[in-house]
Design a protein around this ligand. Structure first.
Ligand SMILES: Cc1ncc(COP(=O)(O)O)c(C=O)c1O
Length: 411
């Protein structure tokens, strides 16, 4: 007798990043020599601390600003705050060339869920690269969608040919295309698309002759470059999308403001076609109200306060710059050593993670734990190391230790 719904039967959360990270944390507590390179949160040297400016703003909120319900889409002031943060000085230019809608979501995860839920029907297929953030697959499975992947890299750059071939196949089969790209600072590789690569994707979608949705996941936008505007220029490229294309951007406040468990993000909808943008917004807002209802009021007000006060914004940007500097230094240490011991990695540009291609992933991960007490995250034929959570001192010598274990497993 089946009590559970047919669609829910057999679903189990296995090898989940958050679960592996909590196992690694426990191991580190028992033995401080453990290397925990699992967590997608920024840690100073083995301790977590929120941004001082965030703390100051949250502590200044009135009870109502902190505890009340928020509007299901976050409300007008929040929407303006998100658009100003994400698009920055490009906002007015973008508004002049494309229709923009926005709503609050519980993290970038909520924005990806809503984008997928509202762009596909059951049994239809979403396309993303073979190196991907695991919940893309989980959300698709949970919603009854199929998935298709293509190799993210061709040599050291984005595999545009592989993307086009896979997309073309889907277009022929289902007469539409829904695809997810996590950029810049792709999780798990640390790669960022060049302007040419991103433009080539947009041109392909424009010429596809079918309805396309590009879910552009910008979880790590604020960690991509010292110059905050450098990768925001990408939104101008996205605004070149034609009226057959809808762009749904998933913004994560978790990463930008170091407020991971507090759950705030935003879904920003862009289209040349006003009706498509409004329709997608309406459906997404319906999804929001009838799935999670509304999101963290305190964080909604955090963004509103930052938007209204340039001094607060500057303070946040300074804190972000400091964090970016630490991550960059950690990455340099590891990558330089990886190079000198011939440990190959996928092409890293910036951000929280780097990935190492390995043939026998599970055996390597087990051996890393058993022999070296090193905890990493599994990916497709690869293992992911988080620069965001490992101190520089622990990164020294790590490439050699990992290389040794990989070589041993290969024998
Ligand atoms: C690629 C990617 N997208 C989206 C998210 C969403 O994060 P959150 O829901 O905490 O904003 C994450 C978090 O790890 C991520 O790595």
């Amino acid at each position: 007798m089946l009590i559970i719904a047919k669609h829910a039967a057999g679903k189990v959360l296995k090898k989940d990043n958050l679960q592996i990270a909590s196992e690694a944390k426990l191991a580190k507590k028992m033995d401080p020599r453990t290397i925990d390179a699992t967590s997608g949160m920024f840690y100073y040297d083995n301790y977590f601390q929120g941004f001082k400016t965030v703390e100051k703003i949250l502590n200044s909120l009135t009870d109502e600003e902190f505890y009340a319900y928020s509007a299901s889409d976050g409300g007008f002031e929040f929407k303006e705050a998100v658009l100003n943060w994400v698009f920055d000085s490009y906002l007015s230019e973008l508004r002049a060339t494309t229709h923009i809608q926005v709503l609050a979501t519980p993290g970038g995860t909520g924005a990806i869920f809503s984008s997928l839920f509202n762009s596909l029907d059951p049994e239809e297929t979403v396309l993303f690269p073979n190196l991907y953030w695991a919940p893309y697959l989980g959300i698709a499975i949970n919603l009854g969608f199929k998935t298709k992947t293509y190799p993210l890299f061709s040599d050291k750059s984005f595999n545009i040919t592989g993307f086009k071939e896979a997309a073309e196949e889907l277009i022929q089969k289902q007469g539409k295309l829904v695809t997810i790209i996590n950029d810049p600072c792709n999780n798990p590789s640390g790669y960022s698309l060049s302007e040419t690569e991103l433009r080539e994707i947009i041109v392909f979608l424009n010429n596809s002759g079918v309805p396309c949705t590009l879910i552009y996941d910008i979880a790590y936008l604020d960690f991509a470059a010292e110059d905050q505007l450098r990768f925001r220029k990408n939104f101008k490229i996205l605004s070149e999308a034609g009226s057959n294309v809808l762009i749904s951007i998933a913004f994560s406040a978790s990463k930008t403001f170091s407020v991971y468990g507090q759950r705030l993000g935003a879904q920003i909808i862009m289209s040349k076609n006003e009706e498509s943008a409004s329709e997608f917004y309406n459906a997404s807002n319906f999804t929001a109200r009838n799935t999670w209802s509304n999101v963290n009021k305190g964080l909604i007000n955090l963004l509103i306060k930052i938007n209204k006060d340039q001094e607060l914004k500057k303070q946040i940007l300074d804190e972000l710059a400091f964090v970016k500097g630490i991550i960059k230094e950690r990455a340099q240490i590891f990558l330089k050593e990886a190079d000198s011991v011939n440990l190959s990695t996928y092409p890293y540009k910036s951000g929280f993670f780097v990935s190492i291609p390995v043939a026998n992933r599970d055996a390597v991960l087990d051996a890393l734990i058993k022999e070296e007490k090193i905890y990493l995250i599994p990916g497709t034929d690869s293992i992911r190391l988080a620069f965001c959570s490992v101190p520089a001192t622990e990164l020294k010598g790590l490439a050699e230790r990992i290389k040794k274990v990989i070589d041993q497993v290969l024998i």
